[in-house]
Design a binder for this molecule. Sequence first.
Ligand SMILES: *[C@@H]1O[C@H](CO)[C@@H](O)[C@H](O)[C@H]1NC(C)=O
Ligand SMILES: *[C@@H]1O[C@H](CO)[C@@H](O)[C@H](O)[C@H]1NC(C)=O
Ligand SMILES: *[C@@H]1O[C@H](CO)[C@@H](O)[C@H](O)[C@H]1NC(C)=O
Ligand SMILES: *[C@@H]1O[C@H](CO)[C@@H](O)[C@H](O)[C@H]1NC(C)=O
Ligand SMILES: *[C@@H]1O[C@H](CO)[C@@H](O)[C@H](O)[C@H]1NC(C)=O
Length: 472
Amino acid sequence: MELVGIKHQNFHITEILFGVLVLGFLNLRTVQCGSDKNLQGIEYSALSCRKHTASLVDFGGVPDGKTSNTKAFKAAIDKLSTLAGDGGAQLVVPPGKWLTGSFNLTSHFTLFIQQGATLLASQDESGWPLLPALPSYGDKSSPGRYSSLIYGTNLTDVIITGNNGTIDGQGKPWWEKYKKGEFKNTRPCLIEIVYSDHVQISNVTLIDSPAWNVHPVYSSNILIQGVTILAPIDSENTDGINPDSCTNTRIEDCFVVSADDCVAVKSGIDQFGIKFGMPTQQLIIRRLACISPRSAAIALGSEMSGGVKDVRAEDIVAINTESGVRIKTAIGRGGYVKDIFVRRMTLKTMKYVFWMAGDYKSHPSPGFDPHALPKIENINYNDITAENVTLSASLEGIQQDPFAGICISNAEIGLSEKAKKLQWDCSDVAGVTSRVTPKACTLLPEKEQPMDCPFPDDKLPIEDIPLQKCTI
Ligand SMILES: *[C@@H]1O[C@H](CO)[C@@H](O)[C@H](O)[C@H]1NC(C)=O
Ligand SMILES: *[C@@H]1O[C@H](CO)[C@@H](O)[C@H](O)[C@H]1NC(C)=O
Ligand SMILES: *[C@@H]1O[C@H](CO)[C@@H](O)[C@H](O)[C@H]1NC(C)=O
Ligand SMILES: *[C@@H]1O[C@H](CO)[C@@H](O)[C@H](O)[C@H]1NC(C)=O
Ligand SMILES: *[C@@H]1O[C@H](CO)[C@@H](O)[C@H](O)[C@H]1NC(C)=O
């Protein structure tokens, strides 16, 4: 105990000198030497560590679950943003219930949500500012969209982490109002990060989001690790993690229970997504556990008009989920889904193991191009085990635009008592299979020589990004 105290004392003396010289009046932990022993000594891993530390309490935060902390978050992050050029800052949210509306993050910044701390999202809609539509989604589908609870745009080096602290979206009123068709605007996500580079979201639990949980958009170099996402399976569009027009993303060790896709890979929609033209590419999804009775473990689309390529998914476990990896698209989407690699998927109680649909009909805005055909090619699955399955595969491409280069190997599918007679329902698709039970459709003939569908051996840049050991 003493040793730790002394170490921190020294640390704080240098920090105090710095604080007095440069920061003067700023009410930071760096100048409030050791006021809260709970904050000291917690270790965590991150893309970057921070020189300065503050607690939400220092900015008037009150953890009673009733007092709004929106102003405290704003005051804290406004002040800490001034340290971006000086080693950056971490804002600690200590144990307690912190009611808050939306707030904006800043660069070279870490939000650390301690175990026992819960951010409680305000249920007052006025606490969520409206933002204009994202350019790859157009501006006609709805007048605007609510800012996420935690929002960041045009940032570099931003981290949301903790030792399993919680963000509670308190989404029930949003789901109920949505079900009644009472929203003109798009409901908010819990975390949305736009036009940003070097983003980490790790070791936090997200519950009851009003809609999607984690939505990185137009961003790159993203690590999402150890995130638990829980929402009732009858809530509305509570997608887990939706990388959208992002490059070089690694999603791993996440557990998602939700009413919509556990991971949904997107890149804008129809004429807006085609014009914006920013794909999601270089994406790793591994060690994902998913429960989603109404949706997919991993969905590619249906918004894929900027393209989706080089996706590597492995070690996926899904239980009581509608489908495994699902591709959804439609005439008018344009774009592509290609170079998709999936291996080691374990599925239990599934409606569909393989599901591809070229007739996903929703077109939110008029004016989509009926000649814009999506290109679906080079889709690979290897080592798939499934139990208690209703339908092995529903693979429906588009006439004049067949889905090509589908490869499925070593798939062992156990059927449920209610299994359909026709197990492989295929049209307008082309490819091969090897060692698949039950036997695939004639459009996916069995290779004479047994083979494994490919999976890349090279590493994506996000796999080599070093993590540092940081302390609070
Ligand atoms: C998340 O927590 C796990 C388990 O405590 C730890 O091994 C891992 O390094 C943490 N990752 C990050 C990025 O914080
Ligand atoms: C966050 O920033 C956006 C501009 O990027 C702004 O429109 C919005 O009002 C800000 N949100 C809050 C809560 O201040
Ligand atoms: C954010 O970055 C995008 C793309 O570079 C740019 O178009 C936009 O104007 C920037 N927004 C702000 C608020 O700086
Ligand atoms: C984090 O908390 C959630 C919710 O309480 C729990 O389900 C999960 O197991 C916890 N994860 C870790 C790594 O402790
Ligand atoms: C098999 O799936 C059905 C739903 O299709 C479910 O009701 C049943 O409990 C599952 N059986 C097992 C053994 O998991």
